[in-house]
Design a protein around this ligand. Structure first.
Ligand code: ZN
Length: 383
């Protein structure tokens, strides 16, 4: 199967100008001077899409999404539902990293792994973090290190909760040992081996991560903190951490654009920043005494929506914004075949509509999931 996307404004995510992309099977075969007629003359199934006037970019990577749901902080009725395939593809998301949250009793890593495998069978690319909020953290094989080595989809551990009333309040040393074990597991399986931190609203902010770098033999590349826009003080701390080489992640919400502008203006390292949806996670509200007030559920679409809103910022370039959901995320997760439009990479590509309101075309591993706004592939039980 040959697919040619011609005349698009290509962001790889760096801006390449008007280019043509040749896809053969599930890979990007060529970008640039593609002799379209020659490929059409081959007696093979072939398709040409004219993307003139439209932005063509890598499929979005969502590094933090509750694939089997999360929540439950307000009792059983507040457990959030599973993600469906088209929740992702209609958001331009072609790669996800699924994870557990607060609940490690009625949510299991084996269920998360099965869900990730199901979504992969349905057409996108999936990974998971082993563990959840707690330390010691749950695992599949009874050992974090072994989870990395024995389970292909495990590329990190998390989300480990810090600075939060829902955290298990681990000691710094307990966290250091967990990060070290993940690193060793990552080394032995040639994966990122990152520890992904859920940062709560607590007064300690990211102190633990600074201390891990100062007091232990832990490379900055192993630490990856999310939910960093809870307060200006927390963003300032994340800026400091990014300058030490730690990747930090913003959970998308209505103020994402303003926080990214703030991050850049105050010296944050833009190539160490990513965006995520926290999709299907709960959005609990607590009062100042930690009492539960109410609950919402996060949508994966927020990631696309906030990417587009931020891309229109006059303080940021489009390629700078697109990197936050593609190449930066691929770099922290060591996904060398993802997040870039380069020959040999997986053919995960989205084409935005002219107004940039939807990902009008979505290709995942060379297969059309959405074409001209129409959903071509649905999840097994989607109607
Ligand atoms: Zn979280």
């Amino acid at each position: 199967m040959i697919t040619i996307i011609k005349n698009g404004e290509v962001y790889a995510p760096q801006y390449l100008g008007r280019q043509t992309i040749l896809i053969i099977g599930d890979k990007i075969a060529k970008i640039g001077n593609v002799k379209v007629d020659k490929y059409l003359d081959l007696d093979l199934e072939a398709e040409v899409i004219d993307a003139a006037g439209r932005i063509v970019m890598p499929g979005i990577i969502d590094p933090h999404i509750h694939l089997i749901g999360g929540g439950g902080e307000g009792g059983f009725a507040t457990r959030t539902p599973e993600v469906q395939l088209t929740d992702l593809t209609q958001s331009g998301i072609t790669t996800v990293v699924g994870l557990l949250g607060t609940d490690g009793t009625t949510r299991h890593l084996t269920s998360l792994l099965a869900k990730a495998r199901a979504l992969e069978e349905e057409g996108i690319t999936t990974y998971i973090y082993t563990g959840n909020y707690h330390v010691p953290t749950p695992t599949i094989t009874s050992c974090v290190k072994d989870d990395f080595i024995l389970i292909d989809k495990v590329l990190g551990v998390g989300e480990i909760a810090i600075s939060d009333s829902r955290s298990a309040q681990p000691s710094l040393h307990e966290v250091a040992k967990l990060v070290a074990e993940a690193r060793i597991g990552g080394l032995l399986s040639n994966k990122a081996g990152v520890t992904h931190f859920h940062t709560g609203p607590g007064k300690e902010k990211l102190t633990y991560l600074h201390q891990l770098l100062e007091q232990y033999e832990i490379p900055a590349s192993q630490l990856y903190a999310t939910h960093i826009t809870r307060s200006q003080a927390l963003v300032d701390d994340a800026i400091a951490l990014s300058n030490k080489g730690v990747y930090v992640d913003i959970t998308c919400s209505d103020d994402t654009k303003e926080w990214i502008e703030y991050f850049k203006k105050h010296g944050g390292k833009m190539d160490h920043l990513t965006l995520s949806s926290d999709g299907n996670g709960s959005l609990p509200q607590f009062d100042e005494k930690g009492q539960f007030l109410g609950l919402g559920v996060a949508s994966p679409y927020t990631l696309f929506e906030q990417m587009v809103r931020t891309a229109k910022s006059d303080q940021l370039s489009m390629e700078e914004v697109f990197k936050l959901v593609t190449s930066n995320t691929a770099d922290v997760l060591k996904l060398n075949h993802k997040g870039r439009l380069i020959e040999g990479c997986d053919a995960d590509i989205i084409i935005l509509d002219e107004e940039m309101t939807t990902p009008a075309y979505v290709v995942a591993k060379g297969r059309w999931m959405v074409k001209d706004g129409e959903i071509l592939v649905k999840g097994t039980f989607e109607k």
